[in-house]
Design a protein around this ligand. Structure first.
Ligand SMILES: [Zn+2]
Length: 263
């Protein structure tokens, strides 16, 4: 059987509002619903972010992944027309296609299907694979949306798609839990260390200032070696003696510093 497909794409709508089939009662009910404005907010239509050189910020990426525009009730889904055995047949995108493929989204402005993960993340993980349909341009031929050899199934099996989905999920996890990001954990540890080091310096600097105010010489005749060395001489000079005095008076920060420092 010879199949001849004539790819003719058609859509009856040009804007989101015009896709509502019943502008009467149904529309009024939707307007009374607070979520109505969210449902028809096509600013989260991924088609608007295709082939643009403007980088997409993280907030928008997150919104596109989690709250992508979905066709409202009454929406007329795009279709493609094919000629088979001399007859015209129409193939529609259906809600079930979107429901069965969590990664699949419909772009109203481009009247076609996209993989939201690949649009946002595949460019960095594609390994020179030429990305086209569902990524750089919409899928607008809707005759093979289901089955083993469907366009959607084949896209799912691509390595770059799997990497993109993984990258997207990692992105969402990091976006919602920034404290779990490794770089932030390292920075936190580093800031703790910086704070600890500053605390250690305080008693030493205060002692130097004290000696300066009292016109006391810092150095003594023997003022080298470890402070907690039992063999140290009886008088090590004002500075070191004052440090020992602070330790004996309960300065735990200084005591800890003297015991743990290596120089
Ligand atoms: Zn994909």
């Amino acid at each position: 059987m010879q199949k001849k497909i004539n790819d003719v794409f058609s859509s009856t709508s040009t804007s989101t509002s015009s896709t509502l089939t019943d502008p009467g009662t149904h529309s009024e009910n939707l307007k009374n619903d607070e979520s109505y404005s969210i449902i028809i907010d096509d600013s989260l239509d991924i088609g608007k972010f295709i082939n643009t050189s403007i980088p997409i910020d993280d907030f928008t990426k997150c919104a596109l992944l989690e709250k992508h525009w979905v066709p409202p009730p009454g929406y007329i889904y795009p279709f493609s027309i094919h000629i088979r055995q001399g007859k015209e047949i129409k193939r529609n995108v259906l809600p079930v296609h979107l429901q069965n493929n969590h990664w699949l989204v419909l772009s109203d402005c481009m009247k076609g299907l996209f993989c939201k993960y690949c649009v946002l993340f595949a460019s960095n993980t594609s390994n020179n694979v030429t990305l086209q349909t569902l990524v750089k341009k919409p899928l607008k031929i809707f005759s093979k949306l289901t089955g083993k050899d469907s366009d959607l199934k084949r896209h799912c099996n691509n390595k770059y798609h799997k990497f993109a989905v993984e990258s997207g999920n990692n992105f969402l996890a990091a976006y919602h839990n920034p404290q779990k990001v490794i770089i932030n954990q390292i920075n936190t540890q580093r800031s703790i260390q910086v704070s600890e080091n500053r605390k250690r310096l305080v008693p030493i600097i205060e002692t130097i200032i004290f000696c300066g105010r009292q016109n006391l010489a810092l150095r003594g005749h023997r003022d080298d070696g470890f402070l907690d060395d039992d063999a140290r001489p009886s008088n090590e000079g004002n500075f070191r003696e004052l440090l020992m005095f602070r330790i004996s008076a309960g300065d735990k920060t200084l005591e800890n510093h003297i015991k743990t420092t290596s120089s």
